[in-house]
Design a protein around this ligand. Structure first.
Ligand code: LLP
Length: 418
């Protein structure tokens, strides 16, 4: 048992759905990301069905994994999207996503991105400062448009997660303090090209408890009440993303329990509920497949040097994040403790510390729970082409992104003429 649905052993060989990872490695090479269509679909449907009859929109946070095949799958299931750049907007449109289901988050939207989004008629801008609102109003005016806006409120709630991915504390750069948001909503008349249609918050990522979500929701409900008493017509409440997944022994709430709790805490309001899940939709639907180049035994440690590195999966180096590492073939041999490291010239280039594995050089390893913030955060550090991405659908294998070539990497660089 791998503990990851859709990625499991058959006769000691790790499979994704009905395809062996060994077969994928021999056909497409390593390192590569491998996703399961069934796992993606099940995660989306778990969210959707938990909302039951409640008016809702799931806006998948594109940053978690922005491959257009994945965006297209979610679009076909009815999903909306949470974007944070003009680039993500173009991806969603290319993938067939409905612009009328897009919310645009982020503290630093530039004028060009605002124009693109206004042109596309997106559902809503999640505005994070008064300065941004002034610019958006001006651009909408120039385009003779009205921009729909939610203010992103910073509810000052401790998400109890890694400090780098906590966003809802008053000292974080995100959102607008509730009091200030109240004042801005009251000054709506100063922004004739803005229509305030929503209220938004997002307190962090990889949350493993429900309580901080409920604290944030209760603060948002208070603000909603105040605004309604002042005559503002708010159409939706966006409670952000952030539901955690199990990487190892975390026990996050299930999708169903999380959504049910949000619905229960907001059952007395009639507004449409929006959420922006990223990791919980894609995290456990993908793995990073890598091959061991060398085993290196030093007096201090055993190293398994693999062909994937921090440029492919940055989370261990950046957050000291833990990803399970499983052998693709369970060989039943002698177990040793390994540092699983990549070829990049940094001591921070590791995928896992002290992993108990039985290994031979040439073996394949699966780095689990890599569907979220894996490929989307990858880079070309050390002039390493980015990995291929593969989607498995039952017994069919699709390449959804070709492995990059070195020629592509350097194609736009120029040597000085003299
Ligand atoms: N909405 C907003 C405004 C966000 O900033 C984020 C994530 C999400 C939604 C989606 O959150 P999720 O459901 O995925 O937790 N690179 C980090 C995670 C950064 C999250 C940033 N914001 C990691 O690898 O853990």
């Amino acid at each position: 048992m791998s503990g990851f649905p859709e990625f499991d052993y058959r006769n000691n060989e790790l499979f994704v759905e009905s395809v062996s990872l060994k077969q994928i490695a021999s056909e497409f090479g390593t390192p590569c990301y491998v996703y399961s269509r069934a796992a993606l679909t099940q995660a989306y449907q778990a969210f959707d069905s938990a909302f039951a009859k409640r008016d809702h929109l799931i806006c998948y946070a594109v940053k978690a994994n922005s491959n257009i095949a994945i965006l297209n799958l979610f679009a076909r299931l009815g999903s909306g999207f949470d974007i944070v750049s003009g680039g993500e907007l173009q991806r969603v449109i290319k993938a067939g996503g409905d612009p009328g289901k897009i919310v645009f988050s982020g503290v630093g939207k530039n004028a060009e991105e605002m124009r693109l989004a206004l042109n596309a008629n997106i559902l809503c801008f999640n505005v994070e400062s008064e300065a941004e609102l002034i610019v958006l109003n001006q651009i909408a005016k120039e385009m003779s448009k009205i921009a729909s806006v939610s203010l992103r409120v910073n509810p000052d709630v401790d998400a109890k997660t890694h400090p780098y991915i906590s966003t809802g504390l008053k000292e974080n750069k995100f959102g607008i303090p509730a009091k200030e948001a109240e004042r801005i909503y009251q000054s709506a008349h100063l922004f004739p090209h803005i229509r305030f249609t929503g209220l938004d918050c997002h307190i962090g990522s990889q949350l493993t408890e429900i309580e901080p979500f409920l604290q944030a929701s209760s603060k948002m409900l208070k603000l909603l009440e105040t605004m309604q008493s002042q005559g503002l017509q708010i159409e939706h409440l966006d409670l952000g993303g952030g539901l955690g997944i199990r990487y190892t022994n975390e026990t996050p709430p299930s999708i169903k329990d999380y959504v049910s709790a949000l619905c229960a805490s907001t059952q007395h309001i009639k507004q449409r509920l929006l959420i922006e899940p990223g990791r919980s939709l894609v995290g456990n639907s993908g793995i990073l497949l890598t091959r061991i180049e060398y085993l290196k035994h030093t007096p201090a440690r055993n190293f398994a040097i693999v062909d994937a590195a921090m440029n492919d999966l940055m989370r261990p180096a950046l957050y000291d994040a833990y990803h399970d590492i499983l052998p693709v073939h369970n060989n039943g041999g002698e177990i040793k403790s390994y540092q699983v490291v990549g070829p990049v010239c940094e001591t921070g280039d590791f995928l896992g510390h002290d992993r108990k594995l039985s290994l031979n050089s040439g073996d394949l390893l699966a780095v689990m729970s890599a569907g979220a913030y894996g490929m989307s955060m990858s880079s070309n550090y050390n002039t390493r082409p980015r990995a291929a991405e593969i989607m498995v659908d039952r017994d069919t294998v699709h390449v959804i992104r070709q492995r990059e070539t070195i020629d592509e990497l350097i194609a736009t660089e120029q040597i000085l003429p003299q």
